[in-house]
Design a protein around this ligand. Structure first.
Ligand SMILES: [Zn+2]
Length: 96
């Protein structure tokens, strides 16, 4: 069971949240070709380790935010509001 720190409400159970995919996906220029749009729509990074994801507190405040999560250990890192500066990933030594 994950405890996710909503930046608006504080720590809550993962069942209150909806996963929104990879964070910080850059929208291509409208003049870009189909390959660029195809990559934006269908290709995502799939790293093993720390990543940044979008989450929504759907049974709570309803806000979207970004969360650092380790995909190998499911360790939860800092959460931050949309538009805020990206916090660094936690040190590897602090992973559970
Ligand atoms: Zn919330």
């Amino acid at each position: 069971m994950l405890i996710i720190p909503c930046p608006y409400c504080g720590p809550r159970d993962e069942t209150e949240f909806a996963y929104g995919g990879e964070a910080h996906v850059v929208r291509p220029d409208p003049a870009e070709d189909d390959a660029a749009w195809s990559a934006r729509l269908f290709l995502r990074h799939n790293p093993k380790g720390w990543t940044r994801e979008r989450w929504r507190h759907q049974i709570g405040c309803g806000q979207w935010f970004n969360l650092c999560r380790d995909t190998a250990t499911n360790a939860i890192g800092p959460a931050y509001r949309m538009g805020d500066a990206q916090p660094p990933f936690p040190d590897r030594e602090t992973k559970p």
